[in-house]
Design a protein around this ligand. Sequence first.
Ligand code: B1M
Length: 215
Amino acid sequence: MGEELLKKLTISIIDGDDKDAVSYSREAVDKGIAPRIILEDGLMPGIRKVGEMFSKGEYFLPELLISGMAMQAAVAELEPFLNAGGMKFLTGKYLIGTVKGDIHDIGKNIVIMLLKGNGWDVTDLGVDVSPEKICATIAEGDYDVFGMSALLTVTLPAADETVKAIVKAGLRDKIKIMVGGAPVTQDFADRIGADGYAKDAFEAVNKAFNLIEKQ
Ligand code: B1M
């Protein structure tokens, strides 16, 4: 029964049907399916399929956009449940943004939701954020961790440039740096000198905890 509903949810994302995506997400929550399962086994396969269809030339930019919007609407519906039982005390201060040249933010926003639910005070710089803006924000604030999201192969160098700019500005010892996003790997994170990498939003929360625990 749950599997059938998750499949419908996947199809609603592929079709870019935000109404169905929201109502099936809600129905899945009401049926007691864990929000993480709804996200990982219902929504993610849909948006991944959309990406594949785009690569094959079966979908174009408008379809990518509409499916992205359906995904965002469904994630917003899940937010209170993803965060249920979250911590009520302050874990730490987290600065986050999508790297320069990149406007993808659905994954980043899920990371933010889960961080907030786990007691982090999150400042979101948004998308297409320049290394200069990031350095200025780190210099002015008292953040524990800075997390970068990068979704495009061509914007991976911007993550590297950002770390270099933080080092050049003399701010490297002030903050832990994390990086994530579909094309990012642990190897890439190591090469650019980040302190942590996470493959998904759930792992991002654990990594962030580990980073401040080690301080
Ligand atoms: Co774009 N896009 N897109 N897109 N898009 C991809 C990324 C792509 C893989 C599609 C494809 O070709 N198969 C491809 C990139 C290819 C590559 O570089 N290797 C691509 C392309 C080419 C483009 C454009 C260039 C298309 C064009 O204009 N011709 C353009 C670029 C615009 C720009 O950024 N300058 C573009 C635009 C768009 C839209 C605006 C239409 C839309 C984004 C809407 C939005 O974000 N508000 C869009 C979408 C929706 C996608 C796909 C289909 C879905 C992305 C997504 O939201 N995934 C995507 C295909 C795909 O990913 N398979 C694709 C769901 C999300 C929950 O996953 O973001 O991976 P993700 O986040 C995960 C983890 O990665 C991790 O946790 C999240 C949750 O578990 N994570 C972190 C993310 N950030 C993290 C940070 C952390 C830790 C973990 O620590 C700080």
